[in-house]
Design a protein around this ligand. Structure first.
Ligand code: 5AD
Ligand code: SF4
Length: 442
C-alpha cells in the first residue's frame, strides 16, 4: 500500500490540513497519484458545512462500492468523518479509516494500523489538545503558504456544525507560528495566510500572551514577505487594532472578510451571533475610516428559520449600505446536532431560493459598480497562472480581486509568483481585465 490519492472538499482550513496529511504520508514513503484508479489508499478530506457538501463524499464512495474499489483502502477524514463517526462504516463498508481533524496528530499511528490490515480504524476524540503540526508540509501553491494559528471554535452559532466537527479552540504558541513564518519566508514564499475558524480570538498560550493583532503585525515584519492575509473573522471578536495594523503596514493585505450572516437583529439573535446590526456597522465604519482603502467581503445566509420578508429586506439594505466587494451567500441548510434544528419557522426551499437570487442580483450590481470604479487605475498583482484559452495571465490584487491581464511576453515568460503592475482596462462583476504595465518591481 504505497500510493495515495487525496481529494479535498470545503474550506481553506481543510485544504491546508490536506497539505499536512499529504506531508505525513510522503514522509512515510507513500507517493501521491493524480487519479483514484492508480491509488492503493484513497482519502477524502470532507466538509459538512451544508448538506450538499456532505453528500459529495458519499457519491464518491458509491462509485467504489462494488468491484471498482477492490484491493484499495478508503479513508474518510475531516468534518463528515467527525460528524458521522462509525456510522460511515455502516453506510460504506469498504471504508477502513474514519478520522476528524482533531486526531490528525495520531495519523502516523493510524497509518500503522491500516498497514497492518486493520479495517476499522478511528480517530474521533477531541482529547489531543495539541495542534496538528508536521515538519514537512507540502504546499499546493508555489508562492502562497498557509499557517494554522488557531484550531476549533468556541462559538455556538445556531446553524453551524464547526464547533462539533473541529472541537474547542486551541491556539498555537506565537513562537511556533513565528518560526514557521520565518522558515517559509526563507524558503521563498512571499505570501502567508494565517488560518483559523475564528482568528480574532487567537491568544498566544505562552506567557507573552500575544493577541491576534500583535501576531499579525509581527508576522508582517518578517523580511521577504510581500503579503499577509488572514481568514476568517468573527465580528464579535474583531477589534480596531486589526484595522490600525493594516493601515500602518502595506504588507498586510487591504482586505477583510467579516461574515455578517444577516442584517436583522432578530435573526442575528436567533442565530446566536452575539452582535447586533449596529455593532457590526461600527466595525465596518472602523474599516471604512482606515488610513488606506480596505476591501470588505462577507458571508450571508438567507432563509434561516423564522426569517421574515422584513428581516430579509434588512439584509438587502445592509448590502446597499456597506457595498461589499464580494459576498458568499447561501440558503440555510439544516445540519445535524445544531440548535437551529429545533427552531420554529423553517422556510420552504423555493422561498430560500427566491431570496438567494434577489440577494445575488443586488450584489452583482454593487460589484459591477465598484469594479468599474477601478478601470484606469494601476494595481499590483501576484501572478497565479496562465489561461491558455484566453491568452491571459491570472493575477490577484492585494484586495483579493482576480485581475486577468495580457503581457508583452505572452506565455513565453514564466511569470508565476511574480508581482507586476497591471493597468485595469475593463471590469466585470467578478473580475477585472487589464494589461501589464511592464514594470516588474520585484
Ligand atoms: N447553512 C447555510 N450556510 C451555512 N454556513 C455555515 N453553516 C451553514 C448552514 N447550516 C455558511 C456561513 C459561514 C460560511 C462558511 O458558511 O455563512 O460563514
Ligand atoms: Fe467545511 Fe466547516 Fe469543516 Fe471547513 S470547518 S471543512 S467549512 S464543515
Amino acid at each position: 500500500m504505497k500510493t495515495f490519492y487525496l481529494e479535498t472538499f470545503g474550506c481553506q482550513m481543510n485544504a491546508h490540513d490536506s497539505e499536512k496529511v499529504a506531508g505525513t504520508l510522503l514522509a512515510r514513503g507513500y507517493s501521491q497519484v493524480e487519479t483514484p484508479e492508480e491509488a492503493d489508499l484513497i482519502l477524502y478530506n470532507t466538509c459538512s458545512i451544508r448538506d450538499k457538501a456532505e453528500q459529495k463524499v458519499f457519491s464518491r464512495l458509491q462509485q467504489f462500492k462494488s468491484g471498482a474499489g477492490k484491493g484499495k483502502v478508503f479513508a474518510v477524514l475531516g468534518c463528515v468523518a467527525q460528524q458521522e463517526g462509525e456510522k460511515i462504516f455502516e453506510k460504506a463498508p469498504h471504508v477502513s479509516l474514519v478520522a476528524g481533524s482533531a486526531s490528525y496528530g495520531k495519523l502516523p499511528e493510524m497509518l500503522v494500523q491500516l498497514e497492518a490490515g486493520n479495517r476499522h480504524v478511528t480517530g474521533l476524540s477531541f482529547d489531543a489538545d495539541e495542534t496538528f503540526e508536521t515538519p514537512i508540509t507540502r504546499g499546493d501553491k508555489p508562492h502562497r503558504a498557509y499557517i494554522t494559528i488557531i484550531e476549533g471554535c468556541d462559538k455556538s452559532c445556531a446553524y453551524c456544525v464547526v464547533p462539533f466537527t473541529r472541537g474547542p479552540e486551541r491556539s498555537r504558541t506565537a513562537a511556533s507560528v513565528m518560526a514557521e513564518a520565518r522558515r517559509l519566508a526563507e524558503f521563498g514564499y512571499t505570501e502567508i495566510q494565517l488560518l483559523g475558524q475564528n482568528v480574532n480570538s487567537y491568544r498566544d498560550p505562552s506567557p507573552e500572551g500575544w493577541d491576534f493583532a500583535t501576531l499579525l503585525e509581527r508576522v508582517a515584519e518578517i523580511p521577504g514577505l510581500r503579503r499577509t492575509r488572514f481568514t476568517t473573522s468573527h465580528p464579535r471578536d474583531f477589534v480596531k487594532e486589526i484595522v490600525d495594523a493594516i493601515g500602518r503596514n502595506p504588507v498586510l493585505c487591504d482586505h477583510i472578510h467579516l461574515p455578517v450572516q444577516s442584517g436583522s437583529d432578530r435573526v442575528l439573535e436567533r442565530m446566536q451571533r452575539l452582535y447586533t446590526r449596529d455593532e457590526y456597522r461600527r466595525r465596518i465604519e472602523w474599516i471604512k475610516n482606515a488610513r488606506r482603502p480596505i476591501s470588505i467581503t462577507t458571508d450571508v445566509i438567507v432563509g434561516f428559520p423564522g426569517e421574515t420578508e422584513a428581516d430579509f429586506e434588512e439584509t438587502l439594505a445592509l448590502l446597499d449600505e456597506v457595498e461589499y466587494d464580494s459576498i458568499f451567500s447561501f440558503k440555510y441548510s439544516p445540519r445535524p446536532t445544531t440548535s437551529a434544528l429545533g427552531l420554529d419557522g423553517h422556510i420552504p426551499e423555493e422561498e430560500k431560493a427566491r431570496r438567494l437570487s434577489i440577494l445575488q442580483e443586488k450584489q452583482r450590481a454593487i460589484q459591477m459598480r465598484r469594479n468599474n470604479e477601478l478601470a484606469g487605475t494601476t494595481l499590483e498583482v501576484q501572478v497565479e497562472g496562465y489561461n491558455q484559452a484566453t491568452g491571459q495571465w491570472i493575477g490577484r490584487t492585494s484586495q483579493n480581486r482576480i485581475l486577468n491581464f495580457t503581457h508583452p511576453e505572452g506565455c513565453r515568460a514564466s511569470l508565476d509568483g511574480q508581482y507586476l503592475q497591471v493597468l485595469v482596462t475593463r471590469a466585470g462583476p467578478n473580475s477585472l481585465a487589464g494589461e501589464s504595465a511592464g514594470e516588474n518591481l520585484f
